[in-house]
Structure formats: structure tokens, C-alpha cells
Design a protein around this ligand. Structure first.
Ligand code: UGA
Length: 425
């Protein structure tokens, strides 16, 4: 089949590349000409495992363009994969979605407009009205949310837990289901509003688990229990399961913070106070800040002290800095007058980290530091020569914000090691 994908960000590129892999002809359209030029030259603007190979392998089935008409030409399905960032009010900013809806040219065949971007519940109905107002009855609307995580997006797309297709018309759902032929996964066909809610509720369930285990970790610290053991012990209960029970310094990224806020505001706009989600968000904010309090208890004032942040990206395997806990940590540390150095194997933070000294290596970052905080669980940090790191530090203090390192080993090297939710010695 022929598909147009609007938006060449993480989601758009992965969607385009994976549909090409499934044998479809795909045109990816973006408004940023430099991005399209780069893609035409075979350069991939983002760091995503396996994406480059997929784009290369399916070159013949992929076109990149800035032109709407060129993208739509012959397409049976038009995917929308543009950004929906939060506005000041916490609602999702749908302006890029509306631009695509309004730019859609009149065609004399049936096409399906498929929403991949994460949008508030009710968006599909509003888009449907707008399409009807424009006299586009031949354009069907389908909500087909994505459940791909950065770093594993290609695998998640091609081997998903489920495919969700919400439609106003069964024939449109058939078209989108056919597109996924070759993928072995249960298909949930439903109404548009439910499909939109499945996406938001899935992310809300995942962040609830993270904030839950983070609170358990905090209580573990106060009571002498160990959160890793606790997570293992509860995760083996099949009704609970073991995923998303890693305690740490909070969740970040382009989706969880934005989508939880959007669902909270969506509920509030309809007069409902989503108390559980409010607490989940609040716990996450506090979790990022707790680390600073821990340092202050150990070092007294942090003014003039050097603190090294090891890892900047919101999780390993990506250069994405959106809503990364490192940004809050750096901001707080600078605010209390600390000198902050940082290292990450791929992310650099750019202007977001103004005032932070970016080091070329992890060892350089900890040089002369009074404390180090492991922020992102990069394998490079597990394999770091910690004896050498300790020798370079002014004080051998480490907070392992992701519980990745071995406390016994580090303590044997003379470190004062503190994890999240682990017994302090
Ligand atoms: C997340 C979801 O996992 C995807 O299913 C979803 O499609 C995507 O958002 C989206 O809405 O587009 P992603 O943001 O790429 O994917 O990353 P995750 O691997 O889920 O991690 C998010 C954050 O949660 C990270 O900061 C990570 O460190 C944190 N996390 C995750 C924990 O603190 N503990 C855990 O147990 C798991």
C-alpha cells in the first residue's frame, strides 16, 4: 500500500521506516527542509537503535519530501506523527495536527487519515467535524496510537504487545489493519475515543508504577529495607509483574511527563480531579529533588562544591534530553551555588545546561568532585574504572540514582555509596 507520514520526528521516522519494512511505499513529509535534505542524503537526524539500518535497507520504498501534494500522491493512508507538546496550561498543543488537517488537499478517492500523535480524548471527533466542514466525507479517520519506547522503538513497532485501531467506520479500520499484515499481535478494534484513552491510560499506568516504587523506595530508606529485593519479591506475583518497578530519580522523556499532565488536564477540563495522577506527578517532581537534599545532608552546603552528573539523557540508548531528570538536578545544584560538571556518551544538553561544564569523559567529569550522581544507567558507567574515578575525586561520595552499581564493590573501593531505596551503611 501507499502511505504518507506527516512528521519526521522519532515517531514519524520509525512509523515510516517500519511500514516500508513491511513492504509498503512510504512518503515521509516534514516542514523542516534541512531535515528532509539530510534524510535524502541518508543521514538519520536522531539516535535510535536499528533505525538507520531500516531506512537504508528500505531506501527504494521510502521518499522524503517537504511537499504536501507530493506526499499525498497516490496514498491510501495519511499518518499524522507531528509533535503535541504541552502548552502553559498543561493541555496538549494540537496546532501542528490542525495544520496537517487544514493542509490536506482534496482527493477524488477514499483515503484514511490515521492519528499516530498522542492527542487528548475527543480529538478524533473534532478532526472528524473539521473534515466534514471541509466537505471531506471521502476521508476516513482512525486513531492508531503508538506504544514504542525510545531506544527500542523499531522492535516495539514490529513486535508490539497489541495494535489499537479506533475508527468511526469499520472499512477504515480494515484498511489500517491490513497495513499491519505481517505483524503478529492482538488487534483491538474500538471506537475512536477509547483508542485515544488507551494510549493515555497505558502511559498513566506505567508512571503510576514508577512513582509507586519510588515511594516504596523512600519508605525503604526510612525503614532499612532494600527496594531491589522488595521489587523482586512483589514482581514475582503474576498479578503484579516485574516491569516498571525500577526505583530511581524519577521518570522523564518526551512522553511520560507530557502525557500524564495532558491526562490530568483533560480530566480537570471535564470537571474531574484525577487525584491519583496528581500524586504520581508530584511524587516524580519530589523524587528528582530528593537527591539534592541527600547531598546536602552529607556535605553541608553545596555552595562552591563540585558535583558531577554522570549521564544526562532521560534514559540510556537515546540522546533525548526532553524532561530529563538531569535538567532539574543541574538547575537545583546551580541554584544552590554548586559547581556542576557532567558527562553523557551521546546527549550534550546544549543551551539547556547553561552553566554546566560538559566533560569529554566520565573520569574528567568526576575530577576533583565532592560528589557524583549517576543519573542515567548507561552501560559505560557500569564498566567505568571506579577505582580510578575514586582516586580523582576530592570526596568519594556517590549517589547511584538508578541503582545500577554494586554497593559492595564501591564500598570496598572506599566510596560512600548511596542508592535509591537501599540501606545506607
Ligand atoms: C514511554 C513508554 O514506555 C512507551 O510505551 C510509550 O509509547 C512512549 O512512552 C510514548 O508515549 O511515546 P519512553 O518515554 O521512550 O517510552 O521511555 P521508557 O523506557 O518508558 O522510560 C521513561 C522514563 O521512565 C525514563 O526516564 C526511565 O528512566 C523511567 N523509568 C522507567 C523508571 O524510572 N523506572 C522504571 O521502572 C521504568
Amino acid at each position: 500500500m501507499r502511505i504518507a507520514v506527516f512528521g519526521a520526528g522519532y515517531v514519524g521516522l520509525v512509523t515510516g521506516a517500519c511500514f516500508a519494512e513491511l513492504g509498503h511505499d512510504v512518503a515521509v513529509r516534514d516542514v523542516v527542509a534541512e531535515k528532509i535534505d539530510a534524510l535524502r542524503r541518508g543521514e538519520v537526524p536522531i539516535h535510535e537503535e536499528g533505525l538507520e539500518d531500516l531506512l537504508e535497507r528500505n531506501r527504494e520504498r521510502l521518499r522524503f519530501t517537504t511537499g504536501v501534494d507530493e506526499a499525498i500522491e497516490g496514498a491510501e493512508v495519511v499518518y499524522v506523527a507531528v509533535g503535541t507538546p504541552p502548552t502553559y496550561s498543561g493541555d496538549a498543543d494540537l496546532s501542528a495536527v490542525w495544520t496537517v488537517v487544514d493542509e490536506l488537499p482534496r482527493v477524488d478517492r477514499r483515503i484514511v487519515f490515521a492519528m499516530k500523535s498522542t492527542v487528548p480524548v475527543g480529538t478524533g471527533r473534532t478532526v472528524r467535524h473539521r473534515l466534514d466542514e471541509r466537505g471531506f466525507e471521502n476521508v476516513g479517520y482512525v486513531s492508531n496510537p503508538e506504544f514504542t519506547a525510545e531506544g527500542t522503538a523499531v522492535r516495539d513497532f514490529l513486535h508490539p504487545d497489541r495494535i489499537v485501531i479506533g475508527a468511526f467506520d469499520g472499512a477504515d479500520a480494515d484498511v489500517v489493519e491490513r497495513l499491519h499484515a505481517g505483524i503478529d499481535a492482538p488487534v483491538i478494534r474500538c471506537d475512536v475515543a477509547s483508542a485515544e484513552m488507551i494510549k493515555l491510560a497505558a502511559n498513566a499506568a506505567l508512571v503510576t508504577r514508577i512513582s509507586f516504587i519510588n515511594e516504596i523506595a523512600n519508605v525503604c530508606e526510612a525503614t532499612g529495607a532494600d527496594v531491589l529485593t522488595v521489587a523482586k519479591g512483589i514482581g514475582l506475583d503474576r498479578r503484579i509483574g516485574s516491569s516498571f518497578l525500577r526505583a530511581g530519580i524519577g521518570f522523564g522523556g518526551s512522553c511520560f511527563p507530557k502525557d500524564s499532565l495532558a491526562l490530568k488536564q483533560l480530566a480537570a477540563n471535564s470537571g474531574y480531579n484525577f487525584q491519583l495522577l496528581n500524586a504520581v506527578i508530584e511524587v516524580n517532581e519530589l523524587q528528582k529533588r530528593r537527591v539534592i537534599g541527600k547531598r546536602e545532608r552529607r556535605l553541608g552546603t553545596l555552595r562552591g562544591k563540585k558535583v558531577a552528573l554522570l549521564g544526562l539523557a532521560f534514559k540510556p540508548g537515546t540522546d533525548d534530553m526532553r524532561e530529563a531528570p538531569s535538567l532539574v538536578l543541574a538547575g537545583r545544584l546551580l541554584a544552590v551555588g554548586a559547581h556542576v560538571s557532567a558527562w553523557d556518551p551521546v546527549a550534550d544538553g546544549g543551551v539547556l545546561l547553561d552553566g554546566v561544564e560538559i566533560a569529554a569523559t566520565a573520569l574528567e567529569a568526576v575530577d576533583g568532585a565532592d560528589a557524583a550522581v549517576l543519573v542515567t544507567e548507561w552501560p559505560e558507567l557500569r564498566d567505568l574504572d571506579w577505582a580510578e574515578a575514586g582516586a580523582r575525586m576530592r570526596k568519594k561520595l556517590i549517589v547511584d540514582g538508578r541503582n545500577m552499581l554494586d554497593p559492595v564493590e564501591l564500598r570496598a573501593l572506599g566510596f560512600e555509596y548511596e542508592g535509591i531505596g537501599r540501606a545506607v551503611e
